[in-house]
Design a protein around this ligand. Structure first.
Ligand code: 5AD
Length: 380
């Protein structure tokens, strides 16, 4: 929009920005989704500006309805191991955390989670875990192919961290449909502040590209309010998403864990997280965006608010109740009550109260707009 005033984006003075904030900045929201990249100042305003965020959330909700109607997809999350060879500074299951109690599910335990989940209406199983060397290429291949044999109508999502390209290919051939690997932050400098030397930004990016190339529906994502994060880093996240075009984007607030170096850091805010959810929906209209457990952990209505800001997926925990507390990425992670997959009924009612409906479906990305109540096909 600044182009129309013939002022280079980097020369916009504060006063001009204030003028824009008062009036035309509102138009910026109406102009989204936009085919062009926004300027730094426009992104900055959308992320941290003092404007009516409800307008942003409503626009994001309108766009999600054009592609997904009121459908909410559910994924059965199975946390298969809390062993991890990595040492991410923010994460409670980092290898240096000697206080973490570790567990690993057996194949049979995983299959029984799937069996229970299928009965409950789940048609996607997400196998998530720390980077556990016990999970060899062949072991995961066998688990994936067994699940796909038993439940051919279900999608399998893997979230097992950084692996060789060959592993990704073999698991995809075994039937894995999707892979989640958050990029955590799209700024290399910021990435290095969140991870030890041996975990490089370049390798994370390489893995994401390998996943896409191997044919997965690929998910990335980031934490909001992680230590050292600046607005410029979130702008980098938005630009990375625009370019990488993932099928799924996980966004949750950073929540400190008491046994990590970031124990005393403040957590990410609800408002900023919802803003980022909405901006991602407007940037990638067909993306699958979960209302994350972290969001539900920091606010009792976090999940519903996430859905109303553009999210369209929820991932209840299907792991055996006995191990749920041990998969402790951050403090106070919800892992009982309505979070438990057994309470799908309760979850469905919650989702319905927010104006949406849980559906029994694999929940693949939308290819076109969906029919509105008057039978018109919505596109963009
Ligand atoms: N707060 C919020 N999210 C976290 N994750 C790990 N630790 C934390 C934390 N302290 C997220 C990371 C990781 C995903 C599995 O969980 O983004 O990719």
């Amino acid at each position: 929009m600044f182009e129309s005033f013939n002022i280079p984006a980097d020369k916009i003075c504060r006063d001009f920005l204030h003028y824009m904030e008062a009036g035309s900045m509102a138009d910026l929201i109406d102009s989204l989704p936009s085919d062009r990249d926004l300027s730094d100042d426009e992104w900055r305003f959308l992320i941290e500006g003092d404007y009516d965020k409800q307008r942003l959330f409503d626009k994001a909700d309108k766009v999600r309805r054009q592609y997904y109607g009121t459908d909410v997809y559910i994924r059965g999350l199975i946390e298969i191991s809390s062993f991890c060879k990595n040492d991410c500074l923010y994460c409670g299951i980092r290898r240096s955390n000697k206080n973490a109690s570790r567990y690993r599910l057996s194949e049979e335990e995983i299959f029984s989670c799937c069996e229970q989940g299928y009965e409950l209406g789940f048609r996607t199983f997400v196998l998530q875990g720390g980077e556990d060397p016990f999970h060899t290429t062949a072991w995961v291949e066998k688990v994936v192919s067994t699940i796909k044999e038993r439940y051919p109508d279900c999608a399998v999502t893997l979230s097992l961290g950084e692996r060789d390209r060959r592993d990704y290919e073999i698991w995809h051939q075994a039937g894995a449909d999707r892979y989640l690997l958050r990029h955590e932050t799209a700024s290399c400098v910021h990435y290095e502040k969140l991870h030890p030397h041996e975990q490089t930004f370049a390798h994370r990016m390489e893995c994401l590209h390998n996943l896409k190339q191997a044919g997965y529906q690929t998910g990335c994502g980031f934490m909001v309010g992680s230590p050292f994060q600046e607005t410029g880093d979130l702008i980098a996240d938005m630009r990375f998403l625009r370019e990488f075009r993932p099928h799924m984007v996980g966004i949750g607030p950073f929540i400190p864990h008491h046994d990590t170096p970031f124990a005393a850091c403040p957590g990410g805010s609800l408002a900023r997280t919802l803003t980022m959810v909405a901006l991602v929906r407007l940037t990638l209209p067909t993306a699958l965006i979960p209302a994350t457990t972290a969001l539900a952990t920091i606010h009792p209505q976090g999940r519903e608010l996430g859905l109303k800001a553009g999210a369209n997926v929820v991932m209840p925990n299907l792991s055996p109740a006995a191990v749920r507390k041990q998969y402790s990425l951050y403090d106070n992670k919800i892992c009982t009550g309505e979070e438990a997959a057994e309470s799908v009924d309760y979850l469905s009612r919650q989702v319905m109260a927010a104006g949406y409906q849980v559906v029994v479906d694999r929940g693949d990305p939308a290819k076109t707009g969906c029919a509105t109540s008057d039978g018109q096909l919505n596109k963009k």
